[in-house]
Structures are given as structure tokens and as C-alpha cells.
Design a protein around this ligand. Structure first.
Ligand SMILES: [Fe+2]
Length: 332
């Protein structure tokens, strides 16, 4: 299908849910996104799949003709993001007959990774109550028209002189009315950060309190420039407190994986988010030219790693991992 047709008709997708324990396919939901481009990430709340669609355009012809690479075919338009909310099968929203909802905004931010999405005021809650969804997203707060990643300056990001826009943590509030929805978003953390995550026991759960992320810099003024990640941060969404650990000079910190720390016989029994978790992340020491796996205490992140498991060589920059309890690969 040509790019023009995709743009006109939207992108047909299927959203699948699998059982983590058995691998069984539980649900398949067809949907249509008002975009030619599938988003990099999406959010699942109790009632909704939420897609934040950035203002982007796909120039397919030059790519098909071999005149440019895939990134060269992508342009940012400088237009506001569009949100698509799709009721989850079996949810209260589905039982209430809620239809998929498209919400267009005038806000030209650029969503990258979502840390969490949760329903602060429940769908089908109290009479007269307006359901409210919150999203926590690593994003560029404002993007204009131009080539995708156009400020990177070449084959690799060039961070000199604040040329690269910082990635910041945004909080988006969606209120669902009988007809349509309102969307507001604010910068929750002004420092340059990326790859925010939460304790997986609190994914999609309004009791979620802490977000963990790689920390890049505060800039000058705060959040004015991107930089490579040089530490890790914990943000408290109740109080706004930011706790930061900075690695030694010439050491760079990767995405975190949050590992629940079971304190009861049933590890799902946590009722409050008390930062009762381990934070795992890879670090690269440029002086040593070697990488290590660092483990930090979620409730004492500013103290730094409680251990570093050094490897004999450097590991390339990586993206996106997860922790699976009980799964052991390649070890007897
Ligand atoms: Fe990613």
C-alpha cells in the first residue's frame, strides 16, 4: 500500500495480549491508527491501549526508489501529537460500550518511550466523575518541521554546544468526557533523561509512585541540552523529589531494568510502591574500555551500585531489556 493511501486510511494494526506464564494468546484486538507510521512504543492501562502518534510524515517513494535510507524517508511535521485510545477487551470501558477514541492536539511534542500509564480516576467510577488517565513519557518537548533526527548532525549524535535537544520526562493527563477528551501535558523532570521505567508490579497501576531512568545532565539552564547518560535517577511522582547517582567521569550508564524485590511469600503481594526493588543497568568505563552490570538499591539509588559485575570487554550500547523471574539461560 502506498504511503498516501496509508496516510488517508490509517494504519491497520492488531494488538495482542499473551499470558506471561504459559505464552498463550489471550486477546487480539484490531484497530486503526490515524498515522502512516507505527509508533515506537505504546501504553496499556486497565481499560485502554493508548497510542501517542507524533507529527510525522513518510515519504515512501524516494525510499522505494533507493534514493534514501529508511530514516531519510521520515520527516517531522511540527504538528501536534494525536492520541488514539482503544478499549481493551473485557475491560469496564468495553463493557460500557466505549468506542476507540482519536484525540488531536496542537502540542508538537515527540513521544519516545513510555514509562507507565495509569488511571487516576477510574473508568466507570463514581457518578459524575470524569475518568482520568496519566501517561509518563520520555519525549522531546517540542519538535519542528524537518528531517527526523535532523539535529543529530551526522552518523552519530554530536552533543557539542547543545545541538541536540534534551529528552525529558513528560506527564500527560487525559480526561475522558462523554464526548471526546482533553489532553494536558507538563514537563515533570527538567533534567535530560531517558528510558524511564517503574516497578513492574505497578505497571498500569495508579499506586505507582517511583520512576527510574538514566540521567544525562541538568543542562544550563536546566534541561537545555542533550548529553550521553552519566548516571541514574529516581523520581517520586507524589513529591517530585529527584534522587541522582552520577557515575565517575568517562563512565556511561545504560537503560535500567527494574527488578521487584519480593518481601512476602507472594511477590505480587506488594500493596504500596515503596521502591522495594533492585535497579540493574550496564555501565561502560571508557578508561578501562570495559563494561559492567551494576546493581543499585531502588530505595537508596543515590548511594550508587551495591555491586559491579565486570566483563572482560566492552559491550556496545544496547536498548531495552526486561527481568524474568525464574528464567535462567545457559547456566546449569
Ligand atoms: Fe526504544
Amino acid at each position: 500500500m502506498g504511503g498516501g493511501l496509508v496516510a488517508a486510511q490509517g494504519l491497520a494494526i492488531q494488538i495482542c495480549e499473551w499470558d506471561v506464564a504459559t505464552g498463550a494468546l489471550l486477546e487480539t484486538t484490531p484497530a486503526r491508527l490515524p498515522s502512516a507510521i507505527a509508533p515506537h512504543d505504546f501504553v496499556i492501562t486497565e481499560n485502554y491501549y493508548v497510542f501517542v502518534l507524533n507529527g510525522m510524515e513518510l515519504k515512501l517513494a524516494p525510499y522505494v526508489l533507493g534514493l534514501c535510507g529508511p530514516v531519510g524517508a521520515l520527516l517531522t511535521t511540527g504538528e501536534g501529537v494525536t492520541l488514539k485510545l482503544v478499549p481493551r477487551p473485557g475491560s469496564t470501558a468495553a463493557k460500557l460500550g466505549r468506542k476507540p477514541l482519536t484525540v488531536r492536539t496542537q502540542d508538537p511534542y515527540f513521544a519516545i518511550h513510555h514509562a507507565n500509564g495509569l488511571e487516576e480516576l477510574a473508568v466507570g467510577g463514581g457518578a459524575g466523575e470524569v475518568p482520568m488517565i496519566r501517561l509518563y513519557t520520555a519525549a522531546w518537548p517540542k519538535v519542528g518541521a524537518g528531517p527526523f533526527l535532523g539535529d543529530w548532525g551526522g552518523a552519530v549524535p554530536l552533543y557539542d554546544d547543545g545541538k541536540i535537544a534534551p529528552t525529558q520526562l513528560l506527564q500527560t493527563t487525559i480526561r475522558l468526557f462523554e464526548e471526546g477528551a482533553s489532553v494536558e501535558r507538563v514537563v515533570a523532570v527538567e533534567a535530560c533523561i531517558d528510558h524511564p521505567h517503574v516497578d513492574p508490579r505497578f505497571e498500569g497501576d495508579h499506586r505507582c509512585r517511583y520512576l527510574y531512568m538514566s540521567y544525562c545532565n541538568d543542562g544550563a539552564p536546566s534541561g537545555s541540552s542533550g548529553s550521553p547518560p552519566i548516571g541514574w535517577m529516581r523520581w517520586d511522582r507524589q513529591t517530585g523529589e529527584q534522587l541522582v547517582w552520577k557515575a565517575p567521569p568517562r563512565t556511561f550508564c545504560e537503560e535500567v531494568v527494574v527488578i521487584p524485590r519480593p518481601t512476602a511469600a507472594d511477590e505480587d503481594a506488594a500493596v504500596a510502591d515503596a521502591a522495594d526493588c533492585w535497579i540493574a543497568g550496564m555501565m561502560y568505563d571508557a578508561d578501562r574500555d570495559a563494561s559492567c552490570l551494576a546493581i543499585l538499591n531502588g530505595d537508596d539509588i543515590e548511594a550508587g551500585p551495591v555491586c559491579r559485575l565486570w566483563l572482560s570487554s566492552a559491550v556496545p550500547h544496547g536498548l531495552h531489556g526486561c527481568f524474568s523471574p525464574g528464567a535462567v539461560f545457559g547456566l546449569d
